[in-house]
Design a protein around this ligand. Structure first.
Ligand code: GLU
Length: 281
């Protein structure tokens, strides 16, 4: 029997939701509804500097106003550090993590330019083979992050594939990202780790999200293999653009759901603006 479809919308509360978010949330919502499944909302608030409770509250209000409903309780990532720490510990015990003491500046000077989107430069591996003594000495004076030893991780996982609704079977190539950071001192997890752990813990079967995260799915697929987590199906949707072809961003104040609502638009108007005009809620 086919498992119940479970989708989710997983915003970070770093600003007010805009039309792009409405499109993404409605895409996930409708995918669940069409399949007679479940829709979840998850608040990705691991970064205490950029995420604000006031934006989490605003996004609940805006999504409700838009006509969406979701299952309670909503998972706030900031309340689940223990789950991410447990996953990190598994990877550490497998010998796949190492502490990296390099500063951003040092990495920028050494690293090969990254071919991928906005993932930053590929780490040149400076700290990968430090001796235990060198690590201890550096730890006295410098903070560190935890990096995945990508070559070892890929060797351990073997060939990996995932399924995208538009592209079909995709062969994962996480190696091109190099030794990605999985935890920091100030944020003891990372987007890649927490999203992978949460999608599994919440039983998400279909990840719908913007195509800007298409490449990152290769890393998530690798983490699933290493942590023995199930692999959901993926549906990466196009990003909405404004009239000049620019992606909507939180800086586009006039296109926040809040300002559209204040300007007199109805929820149905806003749904229609992002292509969901026929939806009856
Ligand atoms: N929290 C991410 C964002 O707001 C989305 C993560 C995901 O859907 O996987 O961009």
């Amino acid at each position: 029997m086919e498992a119940t479809t479970v989708t989710r919308f997983a915003p970070s509360p770093t600003g007010l939701l805009h039309l792009g978010h409405a499109f993404s949330a409605l895409t996930a919502y409708c995918a669940a509804r069409e399949a007679g499944g479940r829709f979840l909302l998850r608040i990705e608030d691991i970064d205490p500097v950029r995420c604000k409770p006031v934006f989490a509250q605003a996004l609940f209000d805006d999504l409700r106003w838009l006509g969406l409903t979701w299952e309670e309780p909503v998972r706030f990532q900031s309340a689940h550090g223990a789950d991410y720490a447990a996953a990190l510990e598994i990877l550490r015990e497998m010998g796949l993590l190492y502490p990296c003491f390099c500063t951003r500046k040092e990495i920028g000077a050494l690293a090969a330019p990254q071919e991928n989107d906005d993932a930053g430069p590929v780490y040149p591996g400076t700290c990968r083979d430090l001796s235990a003594q060198a690590r201890e000495a550096l730890a006295q004076t410098r903070p560190h992050v935890w990096r995945l030893d990508m070559a070892r991780a890929c060797a351990r996982a073997g060939a990996l594939f995932w399924h995208d609704a538009a592209k079909g079977e995709v062969r994962a190539d996480p190696a091109r990202f190099g030794d990605v950071v999985l935890a920091r001192k100030d944020v003891p997890t990372s987007y890649h780790l927490s999203v992978t752990v949460d999608d599994a813990l919440q039983g998400v079967t279909c990840v719908t999200r913007g195509e800007d995260l298409f490449a990152a799915t290769d890393i998530h697929r690798l983490l699933q293999a290493l942590l023995c987590l199930p692999t959901p199906r993926y549906r990466h949707h196009a990003l909405l653009r404004d009239a000049t072809g620019r992606r909507f961003a939180k800086r586009d104040k006039a296109l926040t759901l809040r300002s559209l609502r204040e300007a007199g638009k109805t929820p149905r108007d806003v749904r229609a603006m992002v292509g969901f005009g026929d939806l009856s809620l």
